[in-house]
Design a protein around this ligand. Structure first.
Ligand code: FES
Length: 155
């Protein structure tokens, strides 16, 4: 079911932990599965990511994608790090089963959230970076099957 790379990054995660006084910290959750991912970035004056670490409370694929995502952004500029999409992370892991694709989205969003935090702290704008979501399902059309809330739609 999982590629060797996914198993490797799950069993031997790279860059697990925290960065004290990180330049940017991003936390993203997924209300549907309950998983939470936090990514810490240490960024130098030139805008290059010196170090990236993660803490993930989630499934094996979430651990593997955070591990790979932190590997991919290390040594990159802030702009280059934006190219580390969930697709790039999945490719680097030799793929994920379809039901686990959302785990890699968590990694992408957590990186974006950390970059956003960095940009806010430094009063800069990162071209192409949109305000990240706290939950990856935020603003989605679907997900109304629970029906806990009244729609309140009027005519
Ligand atoms: Fe939700 Fe993997 S099952 S992040």
């Amino acid at each position: 079911m999982y590629s060797e790379k996914v198993m490797d990054h799950f069993q031997n995660p790279r860059n697990m932990g925290e960065i004290e006084n990180a330049s940017g910290v991003g936390t993203v959750g997924n209300a549907k599965c309950g998983d939470i991912m936090r990514i810490f970035l240490d960024i130098d004056e030139g805008g290059v990511i010196r170090e990236a670490k993660f803490k993930t409370f989630g499934c094996g694929a979430a651990v593997a994608t955070s591990s790979m995502a932190t590997e991919l952004v290390r040594g990159k500029t802030v702009q280059e790090a934006l190219q580390v999409t969930n697709k790039a992370v999945m490719e680097a892991l030799d793929g994920l089963p379809p039901v686990k694709v959302h785990c890699s989205l968590l990694a992408e969003e957590a990186i974006h959230a950390a970059l956003w935090d960095y940009a806010e702290k430094h009063g800069i704008a990162i071209e192409g970076l949109e305000k990240p979501k706290n939950d990856i399902h935020e603003g989605e059309e679907e997900g109304e099957e629970e029906g806990e809330e009244e729609g309140g739609e009027e005519g």
